[in-house]
Design a protein around this ligand. Structure first.
Ligand code: KG4
Ligand code: ZN
Length: 391
């Protein structure tokens, strides 16, 4: 079992990441090389460029993760890598490297689902303080996850909400093995994608989520009433708590057109292009009151919808604990309203720390921990699965 040191590697989208995590929650290093600025020039992630950058970054990023952890390659007990979902070419860079690395070290390889990683970005923090190095790995796994699952209250409900995903999972631990059941998902755009598209429509920078988050504080969230259609692909016996975010994007576009906002948007876009790294004050000064109201109303509607569906699912399945993860989990209104709503219902809600909410490899190494203890290893034929599902 060694020291329980897992080297995690993540390259599913636009971050090349490596991390060393001990026993599923003790983060010894967490290195991320982001390509965000390069993709920002194109207004979104360009797959070919992402693969090329991963190739360029993977060796120094892994090396740096070992250096920061203060360990040598031979100390690693297993290599964990994201197998999907994600961009095929991007995933392949991490997988090929992880395979070669594990083979050269003579250590096991562990395949991790990226979504499971996001969920463990929260679970790992909840279990952080309870490890004792003298215990066996499997003991530690069941204890650490035990604290997360809680007083036998049953399931944890996980909302994974990012630029590529908006999924609800029931997560539970069954004899040392995490099991997931998908109980809701977006039928079209992901929530983060809606943020990015609406920001683009309004002439704001990429990625749009952080801009909309900060600008929302200056607008009236009740100015524009957006409505969501109820989507439910499930049945009475097996309900599904689904999302749809393409409608609100179209509604924003229509609002822009019918309220004569196009000229001001073009002016804003042109002005922002001239500023190398605009500050919040720069961007705010370029937004009139009607634009700020539209931004605040869009955010309030999206956050409201995410919370409504999650709470409905929590109630239906009797989940007492909610974890929210993925890039959009950084949103301040989302966190505040989730906490308020959960408090009212006597539920617990947890979010990852900022550096664990966007893509990283510590979450991959953490998710690999129970698989390591169970001996659930990947073979040399491991391949990228761009559409990999969880649950
Ligand atoms: O998890 P992530 O880094 O990458 C994906 O797997 O997609 O999430 C990135 C997404 C982007 O769509 C970005 O606009 C959104 O998360 N995002 C936010 C915030 N920070 C990042 N959305 C809303 N509010 C934020 N503060
Ligand atoms: Zn992600």
């Amino acid at each position: 079992m060694g020291n329980g040191l897992i080297l995690g590697i993540e390259s599913s989208c636009d971050e090349t990441a490596a991390a060393v995590v001990r026993a599923g929650s003790d983060v010894l290093s967490n290195v991320v090389a982001t390509q965000m600025q390069m993709h920002a020039l194109y207004g979104g992630v360009v797959p070919e460029l992402a693969s090329r950058e991963h190739l360029r970054n993977i060796v120094p990023v892994v090396r740096e993760s070992l250096r920061q952890a203060g360990i040598e390659a031979k100390d690693v007990d297993a290599v964990a890598v994201t197998a999907g979902p994600g961009l095929a070419g991007a995933l392949l860079v991490g997988i090929s490297y992880a395979k070669a690395y594990a083979y050269a070290l003579g250590k096991p390889l562990i395949a991790v689902n990226h979504l499971e990683g996001h969920i463990h970005a929260v679970l790992m923090e909840s279990s952080e303080s309870i490890h004792k190095s003298s215990e066996s790995a499997s003991q530690r796994v069941s204890e650490s996850v035990g604290s997360v699952v809680g007083d036998a209250a049953g399931n944890t409900l996980a909302l994974v909400v990012s630029g590529g995903h908006t999924h609800l999972y029931l997560a539970s631990l069954d004899e040392g093995v995490w099991r997931y059941r998908n109980v809701g998902r977006t039928v079209d755009d992901a929530a983060g994608e809606a943020y990015d598209k609406v920001a683009k429509l309004l002439g704001l920078g990429y990625p749009g989520g952080p801009w909309i988050d900060r600008l929302s504080a200056f607008g009236n969230p009740r100015a524009v009433p957006f409505r969501f259609v109820e989507i439910n692909r499930g049945t009475v016996d097996e309900p599904s708590f689904d999302f749809s975010f393409s409608g609100i994007k179209t509604a924003v576009l229509r609002y822009i057109e019918t309220h004569g906002m196009k000229g001001a948007i073009e002016d804003r876009r042109a002005a922002l292009e001239k500023i190398a790294s605009p500050a919040l004050d720069d961007v705010r000064a370029l937004c009139d009151a009607a634009t700020l109201d539209l931004i605040a109303s869009f955010q309030a509607a999206v956050v409201g919808n995410l919370i409504r569906q999650t709470m409905a699912a929590a109630q239906h399945f009797g989940a007492k604990r909610i974890v929210v993860s993925g890039g959009v989990a950084a949103n301040r209104e989302l966190r505040a309203r989730f906490e308020a709503e959960a408090g009212k219902r006597g539920l617990t809600v947890r979010f990852p720390a900022a550096d664990l909410s966007t893509d990283n490899a510590a979450m991959i190494a953490a998710a690999a921990w129970s698989k390591f203890a169970q001996g659930e290893f990947a073979g040399p034929t491991l391949n990228a699965t761009p559409q990999l599902r969880l649950g």
